[in-house]
Design a protein around this ligand. Structure first.
Ligand code: F6P
Length: 361
């Protein structure tokens, strides 16, 4: 191995730069390899000339460890196997991506992405003979096998801070505050931030709710002398009768995308049913940026170093993962095949119930 590539793919999150920095530090510093940063995920490999930059020691001198986002840029709208063209048609451009990769004369590729991106990269690797290693990232924390993905901790921190900010104003005005958070199809952010931020009700797609149960909880709080309540709602929660409300909660695309839907529905229904003064906040993309939490920097660093070691050992088609205080690696396929939703019988749901937090069930 002499020269490796690295790209970030799918929605950004905090901690991506820590991975890039660690990959460069270990690949260059320990093995003496060249490291090429590919711009904007696979879009950089589609561009002609290919859009990529050779990384140098400025990576180590910069403060990128502390920066959210990704210095390489990313995209989540360009599946090369079904690439959206201007006329609305989708075409297979995978051969162009592979040709772009070949142009860079790389011995291996590190792809940082969520399950969707990893599936695409794996298909490209199989077709193009690319020696691929992947690093899991997503604020949604829904990638299988790994206990955590890059970006989740920072998103939880942001959502927790939002509850910290909502509590005093809720108490001052005797209001019910509803906070809608991201998570795509999973409720991990809502569950963790709900516990850490002292929510009274946590609504997640994995546990169906009834308004009657939420009302009961709010009534019990009032009877105990509480003049406010905090409710956190994951974006994928449905209406009480199972309709999807949050119109778009995935995947790039042109034009303005408006987030929020289910939070407003929950807030309006609670106000209508209980008469409570209710306000709704939709946190949106604030959860994606921000200064990476130490855990995301640590995970990013550990994942980056391990990914490089896998390449040095000639172990490909592997994803690095965090398990029981260790960095391990697993077949990418195993991680993709196992979608990680919240376990309704898991430790955090038990913790929340033990604290008297209601899931509205
Ligand atoms: O998967 C990460 C995520 O932030 C989801 O939580 C959210 O639903 C989606 O991406 C937003 O996508 P976009 O940035 O394309 O609007």
């Amino acid at each position: 191995v002499k020269r490796i590539g690295i790209l970030t793919s799918g929605g950004d999150c905090a901690g991506l730069n820590a991975v890039i920095r660690a990959v460069y530090a270990h690949a260059r510093g320990h093995f003496g390899w060249d490291v090429v940063g590919i711009h904007n995920g696979t879009a950089g490999l589609l561009a002609r000339p290919v859009e990529a930059t050779e990384l140098d020691d400025r990576v180590l001198g910069s403060d990128m460890l502390r920066q959210g986002g990704t210095i390489l840029g990313t995209t989540n709208k360009g599946d090369p196997f079904a690439f959206p063209m201007e006329d609305g048609n989708k075409v297979d451009r995978s051969a162009e991506v592979i040709a772009g990769y070949r142009d860079l004369h790389l011995d291996a590729l590190i792809g940082i992405g969520g399950d969707g991106s990893m599936a695409i990269l794996r298909r490209l690797a199989a077709l193009g003979g690319i020696n691929l290693v992947t690093v899991p990232k997503t604020i949604d924390n829904d990638v299988g096998v790994t206990e955590e993905s890059i970006g989740f901790e920072t998103a939880v921190q942001t959502a927790t801070e939002a509850l910290d900010h909502l509590q005093p104003t809720a108490a001052s005005h005797s209001r019910v505050m509803v906070l809608e958070v991201m998570g795509r199809d999973a409720g991990h952010i809502a569950l963790s931030a709900g516990i850490a931020g002292g929510a009274d009700v946590i609504l997640i797609p994995e546990i169906p709710y009834r308004f009657a149960a939420i009302e009961e909880k709010l009534k019990a709080l009032r009877q105990r002398g509480r003049n406010f309540a905090l409710i956190i709602v994951a974006e994928a929660v449905k209406t009480e009768d199972g309709q999807s409300i949050t119109a778009v909660h995935s995947g790039g695309g042109k034009g303005a995308r408006t987030y929020g839907g289910i939070g407003h529905y929950i807030g309006e229904e609670i106000a209508r049913r209980s008469g409570a003064e209710t306000r709704v906040t939709v946190l949106g993309h604030v959860q994606r940026g921000g200064t990476p939490e130490p855990k995301d920097r640590l995970l990013g660093s550990a994942f980056g170093v391990h990914a490089v070691d896998l390449i040095a050992a000639g172990k490909f088609d592997r994803m690095v993962a965090w398990r029981e205080r260790e960095v391990i690696d697993v077949p990418i396929e195993a991680a993709i095949a196992h979608y990680q939703a919240v376990d309704p019988a898991g430790a955090l749901v038990k913790t929340a119930r033990g604290l008297g937090i209601s899931f509205g069930d």
